[in-house]
Design a protein around this ligand. Structure first.
Ligand code: CMP
Length: 143
């Protein structure tokens, strides 16, 4: 079954939005197979956001994501990568549609509440980085 990596960023954790956000994914039908409140190290942040290394906002990005705990999770379900990103809305919360997580909860592109893998390759890479070989839980088959 398809899996993705999703993380509530430090602004979302600080603003007590973990429950609201997780609830949306649960109600949609995705299964939470791993979750962890985690303080991201500078090394992990730089690795995770490696593709943005040359961008002018890279330093800001790393310092924000390491500024407080994140809620890192792995979600599982049919087409979870694309569907969870649709539920998040576009990167800039000012352009994100109402009803999406960023559209409802975010205001600026830096503090945009949530991150989700954008492809199967990123999901595999990001789950590897954040979860490593910790076991994922298994659910009973739906009736
Ligand atoms: P995310 O999906 O976590 O992936 C890269 C992040 O870079 C993105 O969300 C934004 O939060 C951040 N980002 C993109 N553009 C800017 C910008 N102009 N200034 C600060 N952060 C940005």
């Amino acid at each position: 079954m398809e899996k993705t990596f999703v993380m509530v960023k430090p602004d979302g954790v600080q603003r007590n939005l973990i429950g609201d956000i997780l609830s949306r994914f649960e109600k949609k039908g995705f299964k939470l197979v791993h979750a962890e409140l985690k303080q991201v190290s500078k090394e992990l942040a730089e690795e995770h956001y490696g593709e943005h290394k040359e961008k002018p906002f890279f330093g800001e990005l790393v310092s924000f994501i390491t500024s407080g705990p994140v809620f890192a999770m792995v979600l599982e379900g049919e087409n979870v990568i694309a569907t969870s990103r649709k539920m998040m809305g576009v990167t800039n919360p000012q352009e994100a549609a109402p009803g999406t997580i960023r559209g409802d909860f975010g205001l600026t592109v830096g503090k945009n509440v949530i991150h989700g893998s954008d492809s199967e390759e990123s999901a595999e890479r990001e789950i590897g980085l954040f979860v490593g070989d910790k076991p994922l839980v298994e659910y009973k088959k739906d009736d």
